[in-house]
Each structure stands twice: as C-alpha cells, then as structure tokens.
Design a protein around this ligand. Structure first.
Ligand SMILES: CC(C)(COP(=O)(O)OP(=O)(O)OC[C@H]1O[C@@H](n2cnc3c(N)ncnc32)[C@H](O)[C@@H]1OP(=O)(O)O)[C@@H](O)C(=O)NCCC(=O)NCCS
Length: 201
C-alpha cells in the first residue's frame, strides 16, 4: 500500500475496514492513555465495533465528508490522524489525532498533521482548519500550538465524557497563515542545512 514517511520507521497510510484486527489490537494498547480524550478508543471494544468504525470512515471518505489515516511505526499501527469534519461547501475542516503511549514524544502527530493539512489546503482549497481539544489536554494543545493553530475560544462544558463536562477549546489556522508558517519553517530548515553543509566543507 502507498505510504508517506512521517519519521524514522514511521509511515502514514490509509486505514480501511480490512484493518479491523490491527485497529482493535492498537486500541487495546491505546485505551487507557487516549480514552479520556478520544471516545472511539473506548467505544471500539471488539472486532465488530472496530470494523464498524472503519466502515463509517470509509463511507465518509467516499462522500468526501471525513477521512482517516493510520500511523505505523516499525510495522505496527500506533495511532492516526483524521478529518472529523470535512466541509467543502464552507472550505472548513476539523483535524483529530491520537497515539498509543509508546509512540508519543517523537513528533509523529506533528508530522502527520502537516501532511494532511498541506493536502487540505493545497489540493482541496480548505480555508479554515480546526482543532477541538479539552482545556485539560495539555499535550494536544501543545501539538496545535506547534503547528501554528491559535485559540479562537472555549465552548464551556460542551463535552460530557466519562463523568467530566469538558470545556472544549476551539483552535484554528487559516490557509494564508498555514502557508506563511510553512514557508518560514522551510526557510529555517534550508538555512540550517546550508549551515551544516558549510561546517562540513
Ligand atoms: C495528543 C497526542 C497525540 C500528542 O502526542 P505527542 O507525542 O505529544 O505529539 P507528537 O507526535 O507531535 O510529538 C511531539 C513531541 O515529540 C517531541 N519531538 C521529538 N521529535 C520531534 C520532531 N521531529 N518534531 C516534532 N516534535 C518532536 C516534541 O518535543 C514533543 O514532545 P514534548 O511535548 O515533550 O515537547 C498524544 O498525547 C495522545 O495521543 N494523547 C491521547 C489522545 C489525545 O489526547 N488526542 C487528542 C485529542 S484532542
């Protein structure tokens, strides 16, 4: 299957209904870590629910209203990124992310998010990309900030989950901001590479 590198030994690939067994095994490793923030990692609890989750996204992909991608690290499914909302009429989409704990702290989500947001902005004309996150979820907010999202506001106590009414923060980045940040990052990386080459010469 085609794949995009998102780090050493790490690949972003489509995840489809035939991956149900892999998804279930992954979710069992991810549940305790991701469950407080990502409901599907609790709701997927057997092969049938794993297949149904993947089938749901396959249908949304076919309708161009949502998408789901897995991240494999050294051949094991360890997390993913998705478009929970993909609305071409208003040119707005919402990104979601999750990992199992062994894959955290390597930049996989930052890199994978960049791949799908580049696609949404460059290929699909998305103008606004959203990131919804509980105000308690510091790691996810850290990724959003690293990617250049800014906080729009807070939907107070809008998400009841596992006995907690979460304040949901809405973060966003707009297409011109995304392009500008990407150009600045590429220029910085280019300068760093030129500096390293100069030091070796
Ligand atoms: C939210 C979540 C996906 C973030 O995972 P993460 O590992 O922090 O994010 P990334 O994969 O982008 O990695 C970033 C970390 O790797 C480090 N890193 C290492 N190499 C890196 C690289 N090349 N590029 C970027 N970051 C790198 C960063 O410094 C950062 O670590 P730090 O936060 O300690 O500074 C993860 O904590 C998770 O799955 N949580 C449970 C589910 C969840 O909350 N989902 C989001 C719901 S809104």
């Amino acid at each position: 299957m085609f794949a995009i590198s998102v780090g050493e030994g790490a690949e972003l690939r489509p995840i489809e209904p035939w991956h149900a067994e892999e998804l279930l095994a992954h979710v069992e490793r991810a549940r305790e870590y991701a469950g407080p923030w990502v409901p599907f990692t609790v709701k997927v609890k057997d092969l049938e629910s794993a297949r149904a989750h993947l089938q749901h996204f396959a249908e949304r992909q076919a309708a161009d209203t949502g998408r789901l991608y897995g991240i494999w690290l050294d051949g094991t499914l360890v997390g993913g990124v998705l478009f929970r909302i993909f609305d071409t009429a208003v040119e707005s989409c919402e990104v979601g992310v999750w990992l199992e704990p062994s894959a955290a702290g390597r930049g996989l989500i930052t890199n994978a998010s960049r791949v799908i947001i580049d696609w949404a902005v460059d290929q699909r004309g998305m103008h606004r990309i959203e990131w919804l996150v509980s105000s308690r979820n510091e790691r996810s907010k850290g990724v959003a900030a690293r990617l250049g999202f800014v906080l729009d506001g807070v939907l107070r106590e809008s998400f009841p989950w596992q006995g907690v009414r979460h304040d949901m923060e809405v973060w966003s980045v707009l297409a011109p901001e995304w392009r500008e940040a990407r150009a600045a990052r590429e220029a910085a990386e280019g300068a760093e590479a030129a500096g390293a080459a100069g030091a070796q010469a």
